[in-house]
Design a protein. Structure first.
Length: 353
C-alpha cells in the first residue's frame, strides 16, 4: 500500500474475509475511545455469504436506528440463507449504524451522526463518519447491487415504496428500473437527487461507486406490522432472484408497480408552528393543491383558533407524521405525483465474476 492510499485507508477492521467462500458472521470494528472504555471499539454485525460465481449484493438495514423493518428483514434473511443457496456474494449489515439501532434513535447517541447524511465519510472523524467512509471506500466498490431498507422511523409512517434515480448510462438506468420492478412496491418514486444534502446519502455513495442501488421506505411509526414485514421480505427475495443471487422463485407481488415523482419543496407539508397536529387526510389518499391537510392546535392558548394547514400540490399522500406533538418545520405529509412508465429494454442483472 503506497503512502497516499494508506493515508485514506479506513480505520475500521473486520474479522470477515469477504473473498472466502461459505457463510461468515463477524463484526466491523469501529474505534471509540470513551470514558468507560479507553480502547473500546463499536462492533457492527456483518454477515457475508459467498456461494457459486455471481454478482455481489450489499444490503443495509439500520442506516437509521429507529427504522426496524429493514433490521428484522435482513437479520432473518442472514439467518435463513446459506452458501449453497447463493450464486455470488451477499454482504449484509442489519444494523449499519449500530449505536443508533441499539438506542432506537434516528441518529447515533455517541456523536449525533446521521449515517444517511454522512457519506463519503471521514476515516478520522467520529464513529458515524468512519462507518460511512468504510461503506463507501471498501464495501460499495465490491458491490454490483445495493439495497438500503428504510422506514419512517418514529416521526413518520410511509406506504411501502421504492426510490430510484433515472440517470447514468442506458444500461445502468435499465438495471435500476429492473430492481424496482422486481422489488414491486406499489409506489416507486423517481428521485432526481437535487435536494439539499442528497450527495451525502448512501444512494449517492452507491452512484459514485457505479453500483446499481434501490432504496425502500417500509412503514414506520417505530413499529413493525405483519403485512409490511412480509412485503419487505418477499420484495428483497424478488430482487435477489432477479439478480440471479438465489434460484428459488419468490412470492409474486400482489399489485403492479406505478411510477411517481416528488415535486420538490411543494411535495412536503411542514408545520407552521409548535403545537398538536390534527390530521384531516389519511395515508394513501388522493389530495388536491389547496386542500385542507389538518390543523395545528396551541393547547397552551385554548381560546386561540386552530391554524389550518394546506397541501401545496396534487397527488398521493405517501407519508404522514406519526407523532401528534409537533415543532415548527416538522414534516406533516409528503405528496407524490404520478408519471408515465418509460419504455425500457429489460435490464440484465446477472454479472459474471
Amino acid at each position: 500500500m503506497d503512502k497516499l492510499t494508506e493515508a485514506n485507508a479506513s480505520r475500521l477492521t473486520t474479522n470477515i474475509d469477504f473473498a472466502t467462500p461459505g457463510k461468515q458472521h463477524g463484526y466491523l470494528s469501529v474505534p471509540d475511545s470513551n470514558d468507560l472504555s479507553a480502547y473500546g471499539r463499536i462492533q457492527i454485525p456483518v454477515v457475508c455469504i459467498r456461494g457459486r460465481p455471481g454478482p455481489t449484493v450489499l444490503m443495509l438495514g439500520g442506516n437509521h436506528g429507529d427504522e426496524y423493518e429493514g433490521q428484522v428483514t435482513l437479520s432473518r434473511l442472514a439467518l435463513e440463507l446459506n452458501a449453497g443457496d447463493v450464486n455470488g456474494r451477499l454482504i449484509i449489515l442489519p444494523a449499519a449504524n449500530l449505536p443508533a439501532a441499539a438506542a432506537g434513535t434516528r441518529t447515533s447517541p455517541i456523536d449525533g451522526g446521521n449515517l444517511n447524511r454522512s457519506f463519503p465519510g471521514d476515516r478520522n472523524g467520529g464513529p458515524t463518519a468512519m462507518i460511512a467512509h468504510y461503506v463507501e471506500s471498501v464495501l460499495l466498490p465490491m458491490a454490483d447491487v445495493a439495497i438500503d431498507l428504510h422506514s419512517g422511523g418514529r416521526s413518520l409512517e410511509y406506504l411501502p415504496c421504492s426510490i430510484i434515480r433515472d440517470f447514468g448510462s442506458p444500461s445502468h438506468v435499465a438495471k435500476t428500473f429492473a430492481l424496482a420492478q422486481a422489488f414491486a412496491a406499489p409506489h416507486c418514486i423517481i428521485s432526481y437527487g437535487g435536494s439539499q444534502g442528497a450527495e451525502r446519502t448512501f444512494h449517492s455513495a452507491a452512484d459514485r461507486a457505479g453500483t446499481v442501488v434501490l432504496t425502500a421506505e417500509l412503514g414506520g411509526a417505530a413499529r413493525i406490522t405483519p403485512d409490511i414485514l412480509a412485503f419487505a421480505e418477499a420484495g428483497v427475495r424478488r430482487v435477489l432472484h432477479r439478480t440471479g443471487i438465489i434460484s428459488v422463485t419468490p412470492q409474486a407481488a400482489a399489485q403492479p408497480m406505478r411510477l411517481f415523482k416528488s415535486a420538490g419543496g411543494r411535495s412536503f407539508v411542514l408545520s407552521p408552528e409548535r403545537g398538536v397536529f390534527e390530521p384531516k387526510v389519511r395515508l394513501g389518499e388522493q389530495v388536491e393543491e389547496g386542500e385542507l391537510a389538518g390543523y395545528m392546535h396551541d393547547v397552551e392558548t385554548p381560546l386561540r383558533a386552530a391554524t389550518p394547514v394546506f397541501f401545496s400540490t396534487t397527488g398521493t399522500v405517501i407519508c404522514v407524521r406519526s407523532m401528534s406533538k409537533t415543532q415548527r418545520g416538522d414534516c406533516l405529509y409528503e405528496v407524490i405525483e404520478p408519471v408515465d412508465m418509460p419504455a425500457l429494454e429489460d435490464g440484465e442483472l446477472c454479472w459474471a465474476e
